[in-house]
Write a protein that binds this ligand. Structure first.
Ligand code: PRX
Length: 635
């Protein structure tokens, strides 16, 4: 592997310039020098930003697992690929070498094949943060099956809709999951979901918590039984550059979740390159990202990015506050972590605890610390920098999305001077542009606008599974010829970017994207509810919390309001997951609407925030009087 690490600021500008002037040449060289291929590409990139058709490394043949595992065996076979840190610190951590990972992935790929999985089939994985999660994903990739990991905090109906959307043939789950002092029964959630998933032929169950579960004869199998019998030899399936690697669902502002499809070659090249540069990865580093593998951060920067670089990556099963609020710091000390990548919501919640929890641990091995998932506020940034990084570790505030596959805007440690709350500069190959609402590009500095990207990069999602039209409309039609991120951004006087937040109806709660529409749909299913609207309001730890305005039907008026609130939250929890529960529910007699019937969320947002200063012109509303009523009864 050649070294594609950017060394200093002039080097960054030089690489950046090259990548914009001639992206084909830039990515061609990186792809050529750093990966193993069965066959080279005939064209680096082909794109039509109006039709949202993008291909990278056309006709290349590869398998990402050859690059993640096999090619490392000769040089670092005994090196630890994965450190698994269990929920309970008393349980022993596991160190899985590249050699062992190779064998476990081969055996698991044979299990899947024996259960009838073939190249192109979809496999849903609903597992806690245990090694089998990483291993089954890699086994799918080795076999050419498309993995779709479903975050193990989602409800049965959320599981069913994701399984059905991609017609998965198999679900892989576990008997249960440990989260702090809780044990969650994942299998019964899958059982409930699978009553409505006709495409599922088999369910494989990994043993983790040993609690009693039901196994359906003929459909359900213990992974361990099949694994025992499986051969350790497996011939890797050759994939085309644009063959699907995985689907990962993300919430949109409207409608059902979008199954973002990532393909093989471009995703591989982009995650490997960005991992190395954003974390300044060097051979003996021990890297830890605290995200769940059920989100894109875990896919790209727990699994693929690190393994592609032959790194040691930590998989942590637990939560930051169990058994005590120093668990993160204890794990950093224990495993001598060099790069630590987490989220603002975790930083804020740990900053609330006494700093003695951090100070009593030796964090001197750290050299880079990172944040992702939502804008990081100034206070959290400083706390992270002062108490965790001890002012000697660059803070990489990394902006990107499920759709982008990898990090897009971020400081490079020891290269880009950081600035609190700023994601700073685009990575090589990334051309951010700010657009005004009239679709004009905003040039110059000290400006704000809608953040778009001008040219495709290798990691961009290729489509929404089964709905290319929606992909095109969501990302490529608001600003024709450009990819629209859905975020607003500010560009400061030196050209640094700061992400200001979503400009659509997606609300980020504790780093999780939640669309308002699906939540409103669940609330409206309550028999006593006539209509509802959800907005976000600032929350100290979660970043945003959800505030619901609910109109009751006549039949609901006489009901006990506290009970109703509980029932509404239960419905949301059942249909989406506990993450989407509302912190505040206000019953109202009407919602502010425009004459065309559109809910004025801007006004509701201001009320929820407690900012009554400037509602703008409300005289043109259909029902301006309602604003006063809602304001007076705000919770
Ligand atoms: O609004 C941005 C926010 O998270 C959104 C993407 O969410 P998701 O697809 O779940 O991916 C999260 C992990 C990559 C973005 O549109 N976001 C992500 N990182 C940042 C951020 N906002 C501000 N600063 C960040 N560093």
């Amino acid at each position: 592997m050649r070294n594609y690490l950017i060394e200093d600021l002039p080097h960054y500008f030089e690489e950046y310039k090259k990548s914009i002037k001639n992206p084909k040449k830039f990515w061609d060289k990186i792809a050529d020098q750093n990966f193993v291929w069965y066959q080279r590409w005939s064209k680096v990139v082909k794109y039509d930003m109006n039709e949202a058709k993008i291909t990278w490394f056309k006709n290349a043949k590869l398998n990402i697992t050859k690059n993640c595992i096999d090619r490392h065996l000769a040089v670092r076979g005994e090196k630890t690929a994965i450190i698994w840190e269990p929920n309970d610190p008393k349980e022993q951590a596991q160190h899985i070498s590249y050699n062992e990972l190779y064998t476990r992935v081969n055996k698991t790929a044979n299990v899947l094949r024996e259960m009838g999985i073939e190249k192109g089939d979809r496999v849903c994985i609903y597992l806690p943060m245990i090694p089998e999660l990483a291993i089954t994903m890699l086994a799918c990739a080795k076999l050419g099956a498309v993995h779709s990991v479903i975050f193990a905090g989602f409800s049965a109906s959320a599981v069913a809709s994701r399984v059905n959307d991609c017609n998965a043939k198999m679900i892989i789950t576990s008997d249960g999951s440990y989260r702090g002092n809780k044990v969650l029964d994942l299998k019964s959630i899958v059982d409930e979901a699978s009553e409505k998933t006709p495409s599922v032929e088999s369910i494989l169950v990994v043993k983790r918590t040993h609690n009693e579960i039901k196994m359906k004869e003929g459909r359900d199998h213990w992974m361990a039984d099949l694994y025992e019998k499986a051969s350790a030899d497996f011939v890797t399936v050759i994939m085309d550059a644009e063959d699907p690697l995985f689907i990962l669902y993300t919430s949109g502002s409207t409608g059902k979740p979008k199954g973002m499809l990532h393909t093989s070659a471009g995703y591989m090249v982009y995650t490997a390159y960005t991992f190395k540069n954003v974390f300044n990865y060097k051979e003996n580093d021990i890297y830890w990202c605290t995200a769940d593998i059920g989100w894109i951060t875990g896919h790209s920067y727990i699994l693929y990015g690190p393994l592609l670089n032959g790194a040691t990556t930590v998989i942590f099963e637990g939560v930051p506050t169990y058994p005590e609020p120093d668990r993160f710091w204890e794990v950093i000390e224990k495993h001598k972590i060099t790069q630590f990548y987490t989220a603002p919501t975790a930083i804020r919640s740990l900053a609330k605890e006494s700093s003695e929890w951090v100070d009593k641990h030796d964090l001197s091995t750290l050299k880079v610390i990172g944040s992702v998932g939502e804008p990081i506020n100034e206070e959290a940034w400083h706390w992270f920098n002062d108490h965790v990084g001890k002012k000697k570790c660059p803070v990489v505030d990394t902006w990107w999305q499920t759709e982008t596959g990898g990090i897009m805007i971020s400081p490079l440690p020891f290269v880009t001077p950081t600035k609190p709350t700023y994601a700073t500069l685009p990575l090589p190959g990334i051309q951010p542009v700010l657009m005004d609402d009239k679709r004009n590009e905003i040039t110059g500095n000290q400006v704000t606008g809608n953040l778009c990207i001008r040219f495709p990069w290798p990691g961009i999602a290729r489509t929404i599974w089964g709905d290319h039209q929606r992909y095109k409309e969501t990302y490529f039609s608001a600003f024709p010829g450009k990819y629209f991120t859905g975020d607003g951004a500010l560009r400061d006087e030196v050209g640094y970017y700061r992400i200001t937040g979503r400009v659509d109806d997606v609300i980020i709660v504790s780093g999780h994207n939640l669309g308002t529409a699906p939540i409103e749909d669940s609330i409206n299913e309550h028999p006593a509810v006539a209509e509802s609207a959800i907005v976000g309001y600032p929350h100290d730890i979660k970043g945003n919390a959800l505030y619901g305005f609910v109109i009751l039907k006549e039949t609901g008026e006489g009901r006990d309001k506290e009970n109703l609130k509980k029932e509404i939250n239960q419905l949301i929890s059942d249909q989406i997951g506990p993450i989407a529960k509302l912190d505040k529910i206000q019953f109202v007699s009407g919602l502010p609407k425009t004459r065309s019937g559109k809910i004025m969320r801007r006004i509701l947002r201001k009320i929820a925030e407690g900012d009554f200063s400037n509602f703008g012109d409300i005289s043109t509303l259909l029902n301006p009087e309602i604003v006063e009523e809602i304001k007076n009864e705000r919770i």
